[in-house]
Ligand binder design. Sequence first.
Ligand SMILES: Nc1ncnc2c1ncn2[C@@H]1O[C@H](COP(=O)(O)OP(=O)(O)OP(=O)(O)O)[C@@H](O)[C@H]1O
Ligand SMILES: [Mg+2]
Length: 452
Amino acid sequence: MTSRLAGDVVGGRYRLAAELGSGGFGRVWRARDLTLDVDVAIKELQLPPGMPETGRAERLARATREARNAARLRKHDGIIAIHDVVIDDGLPWIVMELVDGCSLDEHVKQHGPLPVGRAIAVAVALLTAIGAAHREGVVHRDIKPANVMLDENGKVLLTDFGTAIHSTDTALTATGMFIGSAEYTAPERLRGSDGLPAGDLFSLGVTLYQAVEGVSPFRRDTQEATLAAVLLEEAPAPRRTGPLTQLITRLLDKDPGRRPTVDEALAMAGDIAGEQPATTVRVRRDTKILPIQSKKWPPVGVAAPMVFMSAIAVLTALGVAGLPDPGGTWEQFEKYGNYDAVLGVAVMIAAVADVVLVGLVCASFARFLPANVGKIVTAVVGVAGLVFGCGATAFAFHGAGEILGNAMELSGRESAEAPLALISIVVLVAVGSAWSSQRPDRRETIRGRTRS
Ligand SMILES: Nc1ncnc2c1ncn2[C@@H]1O[C@H](COP(=O)(O)OP(=O)(O)OP(=O)(O)O)[C@@H](O)[C@H]1O
Ligand SMILES: [Mg+2]
């Protein structure tokens, strides 16, 4: 590994300014081109100490090939331009266009998943760049969120054609080294059919899935488990992809023959984007991107629990109304509620309002939180809500049962069955409603659309 520091001059021309990031094969620096007096990005190739000569030669050849393949594509707006390759201290340094922004991977980690509208723009930009590369006979082979750059003006750029193979290239696979990132690699590639254009479309599908869902669908704890997941498992049903669901589902088809071509995928993305398929996405490092508002808010799955909680609140009010009756509930409440009727009612109303309000507030704010924080908040609030909810529910149904019992002049077992019947009806309606709201999504995700 080299030990270059900021301030060092590489190739007699590029002064290193600051490290921008590092990946599996090297560090990327912001640097000053002292000849042209402009800023550039420069990628150094790191070699592990004691690396055998064959591996070393392979890495060096890979870097040269990266530059050659990307240089062939430099005309394209959506592909990072390579300016130069310099050999310094026996190692190659790739000089390229500097992007003021961050990678899609970093963006999702910092700001959470992309809203669907922006993901569509990213999909269109990447498909256009991939199409241009394929037309030049270049297959990328390492498309992943870390190799997609988002600049501050909204441009989407594909980078790192380091593992790309040109149709006339002799492959560097003689050593059997696995090139690429397993979780983004197409299953047919893992089975040995290397370099097919359709493989880039699978990787794009995984990249888009991660961009919108915030998780990589086939990532597992070990390399073996990841490979098995790519080969054998379906991606978990996406929940946030909305109109992109069908495109992503088709890109993730295990059979390369059933995946859409670049043109078909572009047509699908264009249809989704409507009249103006955006080719750029505006991203600022310091800007929190809010998800686009759902047209149908709240969705039925959220509305059902809200209705359920509201019903509890109403029933609790009924329970309070029925309390002057010498029923057990009020007595119990007085017994445990500081013996102060006014305070007791206030505490109870606060408890019920708490359940309803916390539910509403969480439903609203959880959408703006990163997925993991959202899950923790949901779990904590869920437990608190359950505790409060159980108390309030028992209390409410007891009071409502007493009202019913009095009104219908029921007694004994019959009056005990009244609240049970109420509970059953409310729960059945809520569960049925939530279930029906889930079904169409699942069907769409599982089926996708097959190519005619
Ligand atoms: N042209 C560039 N301009 C600005 N920053 C860049 C540029 N290229 C890369 N970077 C930054 O450097 C980081 C590391 O890039 P690099 O390609 O070395 O890593 P990687 O893609 O994660 O891994 P791999 O070595 O497998 O490609 C990127 O995540 C990005 O933040
Ligand atoms: Mg990279």
